[in-house]
Design a binder for this molecule. Structure first.
Ligand SMILES: Cc1ncc(COP(=O)(O)O)c(C=O)c1O
Length: 395
């Protein structure tokens, strides 16, 4: 007999992957340029020159040392550099001992769930949310519950309070958000901090806050992601270089435990132990050295801003209702019919691949990933127009 949950997760494909697979098949059938594939959150712009330069330089170094094991939690020099980078940005007091280098945010989040949750304890998150959160929380024996958003896609705090109980061990937030592109405001974070401190008093145990920030640098028009640890002491920041440096296949990121967390040493040890138990030790050593040389730099995100404007304006002009995204590279579009899956199927008839939002914990929308070429967005407009026409949306 095999573990039921593992079997089910292994067998069920995410609807994003399924749509992307359909897109690949369709492209070979009718031609690459005939399919408007908005399914995947795979960066569409190259890694910045500092990545290639770092690789060139590193490849001339001693290969035995270069490709050798590093300490489980990462190279001391990288951990120091990350702590200094965060402190420079945020005026915080992170030390290298609080940084754990991970194989991307996925490994960091899974380590947090395994390192913090006892069986049956609850993790709260805010809808819409990255579907893998469910797998990470349940994989660690916990339960994931989702708080609905307000109309402006900030957390609904009345609903949050109703779900925040003695069983709540951690709260998981994602800003800028996949799939809505919304950046949590300082007001929302301040309110969240207040409610968590009150819950800790009430229940007599720590409630941890995990801030999942793989899109931290992908913000537009001067928007900025507030420093989450400023609002709540018991915070763990989960970061990834997948999107900021366009390195999603290289699997590199980090966890940063707040220097203001009272039990930070134990928590760090528990995260390290969980990562060890999951086999998530020693993130790729070549990439650890590359990101150390590229801290503070990003791929050319002006391309995403141009795409956002093109897509948002194009869809609004055609009568679609969209959440205005300040960051990430997703547009969250209201489905013109209640069933977003049916809408996504109908869009397919126009060769538009839009991900229905059901798996993001908030039905009734589709996610349109705009990490694609601007040229494809332009070419897709007649298809969006035809789709809007079918629903009578055209002004
Ligand atoms: C919100 C969110 N968290 C975590 C991840 C995982 O990122 P990584 O590639 O670093 O594992 C993703 C990937 O798309 C994401 O969108």
């Amino acid at each position: 007999m095999l573990p039921e949950k593992s079997l089910a997760w292994g067998r069920s494909k995410s609807c994003i992957r399924e749509l992307a697979a359909y897109g690949s098949a369709r492209k070979s059938e009718i031609g690459e340029d005939k399919v408007f594939d908005f399914s995947l959150g795979n960066p569409s712009i190259p890694a910045p020159p500092c990545v290639t330069e770092a690789l060139r330089e590193l490849l001339s170094a001693d290969p035995v040392q270069l490709h050798g094991y590093t300490p489980a939690g990462g190279l001391p020099s990288l951990r120091r550099a990350v702590a200094e980078d965060l402190n420079r940005r945020w005026g915080t007091a992170f030390t290298p001992e609080l940084i754990y280098v991970t194989c991307g945010a996925a490994a960091g989040l899974a380590a947090c769930m395994h390192g913090l949750l006892l069986p049956g304890e609850e993790a709260l998150t805010f809808a819409p949310f990255f579907p893998e959160y469910t797998v990470f929380a349940e994989g660690a024996g916990g339960v994931l519950k989702a708080v609905p958003p307000t109309e402006s896609f900030q957390p609904d705090f009345a609903a949050f309070e109703a779900l925040l109980t003695e069983k709540t061990k951690l709260v998981l937030l994602n800003t800028p958000n996949n799939p809505s592109g919304v950046v949590l405001s300082a007001e929302s974070l301040a309110r969240l901090g207040e409610l968590l401190r009150a819950a800790e008093q009430r229940y007599g145990h720590t409630v941890y806050l995990i801030s999942d920030e793989p899109y931290r640098e992908l913000v537009y028009d001067g928007a900025a992601v507030p420093c989450v640890p400023d609002f709540y002491d018991n915070t763990i920041v989960c970061y990834s270089f997948s999107k900021s440096l366009s390195l999603p296949g290289e699997r590199i990121g980090y966890l940063a435990v707040s220097p203001r967390m009272a039990d930070r040493e134990d928590v760090y040890a528990s995260l390290a132990g969980a990562a060890r138990a999951c086999g998530y030790v020693n993130a790729p050593s070549l990439m650890q050295r590359v990101v150390e040389k590229c801290l503070g730099q990003t791929a050319d995100i002006s391309v995403y801003k141009a795409n956002r404007d093109l897509l948002y304006n194009g869809l609004r002009e055609r009568g679609f209702r969209c959440v205005y995204p300040d960051g990430a590279f997703y547009l969250f579009v209201k489905s013109p019919e209640p069933d977003a899956k049916a809408f996504s199927e109908r869009a397919k008839k126009h060769e538009l691949l839009l991900v229905p939002s059901d798996d993001f914990g908030l039905p009734g929308y589709v996610r349109v990933a705009y990490c694609v070429s601007g040229e494809m967005i332009r070419r897709s407009m007649p298809a969006f127009e035809a789709l809007a026409g079918e629903y009578g949306l055209l002004p």
